[in-house]
Structure formats: structure tokens, C-alpha cells
Design a protein around this ligand. Structure first.
Ligand SMILES: Cc1cc2nc3c(=O)[nH]c(=O)nc-3n(C[C@H](O)[C@H](O)[C@H](O)COP(=O)(O)OP(=O)(O)OC[C@H]3O[C@@H](n4cnc5c(N)ncnc54)[C@H](O)[C@@H]3O)c2cc1C
Ligand code: FES
Length: 281
């Protein structure tokens, strides 16, 4: 068993060169890149890969689709040097992939609520598909600033139409769905119903509010956190939060773990020099 485990760790940590098979524009600032990779097609929802953009940088990205046919995807917001360079890549261009890394969302088959903001919906999309297969009850709250930035609405609506599921779109400017914040809609749902699990990924301020709601409504939560990452295998320490390393102990954290890091969660991350920096609200 140990031999099998160490071989699979070595395999996933090896940089594999792949080509972009297809690019899909999801919104003015977000693109999905589809590529072929055997190991990624065996990943679990919530796991991430390190994506090497030759000549530029290597950045962590959640898998937004996992298989079938050994095709997977990442969904990338253009925010800085590496993601701008990735957005300029064309079909057929080369990428390097390491991983999949980290833990994954633990699926439950009961009554679930999923709350995603912006590209936070990337790891939540394959999770929604997995929960649909388990015939869980799913309420998906998809939040964005504007209608343009709402991701995967058609994909999620189709998935959830097959089960007892619903999608609530929320935009801050009211251009689509409910006007307001995803956390306000989540609070209304938590007030009315008992959920067996709250899953979330998105801006940390949003996830912190959901953590407080999970405490208030005594609902278990799984939140996928982001931190600066370099090694992705628990060595360099760039991604620490409290006693945890997000790359190795996360990125998905439970209510109990979030309680242990609540002094930092939603408030502080680490900059490139390792210094504590305030998370912008
Ligand atoms: C486990 C994990 C999974 C991730 N999954 C995804 C994903 O599926 N899709 C995705 O688009 N990103 C994802 N990210 C975030 C992504 O890694 C960063 O956006 C990326 O590294 C930024 O690199 P850059 O060189 O383009 O920008 P940088 O030069 O590093 O940053 C440019 C500016 O953007 C800000 N910034 C950095 N990250 C973000 C962000 N996420 N949102 C808004 N502003 C930001 C920085 O503070 C800085 O001001 C994930 C991160 C982690 C840790
Ligand atoms: S990225 Fe190096 S320890 Fe997490």
C-alpha cells in the first residue's frame, strides 16, 4: 500500500506537459481552459492543480470539470501577471500541470446548500454534479457582482433539474436574479430549513460570513480557502493559516478547523515575502 501511495504522490507531483484543447469565454474576465490529463480525470471535486504558464509563473487553480475522457478544465479570472498571460494563450498552446493536490469536498447525500461567489463556483460545479449523482437535495446560491460575471448557470440548472435541486442566482447590482449578496440569500435559506451541509468557495469575506451563519444555525460547513501557493506539497510554508497549510491540510476546511483559525480566517493572509497581510474586503 505504501509503495502504491508513494508512487501516486510522485506521479501527481511530476510536471506534465499538456496542450490546451479548447477555450471557452465564460464572462468578460473569465475563461475556461480544457486540457487532457490522465491524473486530473481521477481527481475529486475541490482538488486543485498547479498550472505552469511557460516563461511566466505557476499558479494554483481548482479543477472546474473532471473527466470524462481524461479531459478536465480550469476556469480562470484575469487578475494579474500569470492569469493575464494565460488568457492570451490559444488552443494548442502548451501548459504544465502538477497535481491534483489537496483534499476534496466530502459529499453528503442529505439536504445541502452550496454558496459560490465569482470563480469560487469553479470547484463547486463538479461538486454539484457529484451531489446530483448521489441524489442529494441541493440548493445552489450563485453570486456575482453583475449578470456578466455569473458562472455556470446553464450547466448547474441542467444538472439540478435532474434531481430535487434549485439554483438561486444573486447579483449585487440586480442585473440578474435576486439583487443583493449571496450571504443574504443563504441566511434566508438557513432560517427556513435545516441543512446537513453548507459548501462554499469564493471571496474570503463571503466565506467568513457563512462560517458565522453556520455557527449560528448549527450547520456543518466545508469551505475551500485560497492562499498564496508555491510548492503545493506542504514544504514552503507560503500558504499557512494558523497551524494549517492550505495546500496540504486543505483547501477544504471543516467548521472545527475554521474555528481553530478564526483569528486569521477572513482577515489575514501571507504576502510574497511571507509577511502577514490584511485580506482586502
Ligand atoms: C487552491 C486554490 C484554488 C484556486 N482556484 C482558482 C480558480 O479556480 N480560478 C481562479 O481564477 N483563481 C483561482 N485561484 C486564485 C489564483 O491562484 C490567483 O488568482 C492567481 O494565482 C493570481 O495570479 P496572478 O499572477 O494572475 O496575479 P497576482 O499578480 O498574484 O495578483 C494580482 C492582483 O490580484 C489579486 N488577486 C490574487 N488572487 C486573486 C483572486 N483570486 N481574486 C481576486 N484578486 C486576486 C492580488 O491580490 C493582486 O492584487 C485559486 C487559488 C488557490 C490557492
Ligand atoms: S504552498 Fe508550500 S506549503 Fe503550501
Amino acid at each position: 500500500m505504501w509503495r502504491r501511495l508513494s508512487v501516486s504522490l510522485i506521479d501527481s507531483n511530476r510536471l506534465r506537459i499538456t496542450r490546451i484543447r479548447e477555450i471557452k469565454k465564460e464572462s468578460p474576465s473569465v475563461k475556461t481552459f480544457i486540457f487532457h490529463d490522465k491524473l486530473c480525470s481521477k481527481a475529486e471535486p475541490g482538488q486543485f492543480v498547479m498550472v505552469w504558464i511557460p516563461g511566466v509563473d505557476e499558479v494554483p487553480m481548482s479543477l472546474s470539470a473532471i473527466g470524462p475522457d481524461e479531459q478536465s478544465s480550469i476556469t480562470v479570472a484575469e487578475v494579474g501577471e500569470a492569469t493575464e498571460a494565460l488568457h492570451k494563450r490559444k488552443t494548442g498552446d502548451v501548459l504544465g500541470i502538477r497535481g491534483p493536490y489537496g483534499n476534496s469536498f466530502a459529499p453528503v447525500s442529505g439536504n445541502t446548500v452550496i454558496v459560490g461567489g465569482g470563480t469560487g463556483l469553479a470547484p463547486l460545479a463538479p461538486l454539484t454534479e457529484e451531489l446530483a449523482e448521489l441524489h442529494a437535495r441541493v440548493a445552489l446560491v450563485a453570486g456575482a457582482k453583475t449578470q456578466d460575471e455569473l458562472l455556470f448557470l446553464d450547466r448547474m440548472t441542467t444538472t439540478l433539474s435532474r434531481i430535487e435541486g434549485r439554483v438561486v442566482a444573486v447579483t449585487e447590482d440586480g442585473s440578474h436574479g435576486v439583487e443583493g449578496l449571496a450571504t443574504d440569500v443563504a441566511e434566508q435559506l438557513l432560517e427556513k430549513e435545516r441543512f446537513d451541509m453548507l459548501y462554499t468557495c469564493g471571496p474570503e469575506e463571503m466565506m467568513y460570513k457563512l462560517f458565522l451563519l453556520a455557527e449560528r444555525y448549527e450547520t456543518p460547513i466545508q469551505a475551500s480557502l485560497e492562499r498564496l501557493m508555491r510548492c503545493a506539497i506542504g514544504i514552503c510554508g507560503s500558504c499557512v493559516i494558523g497551524k494549517f497549510r492550505v495546500c496540504r491540510d486543505g483547501p477544504v476546511f471543516s467548521l472545527k478547523q475554521l474555528r481553530e483559525v478564526k483569528e486569521e480566517f477572513g482577515r489575514f493572509g501571507r504576502g510574497r515575502t511571507g509577511k502577514r497581510v490584511r485580506i482586502p474586503s
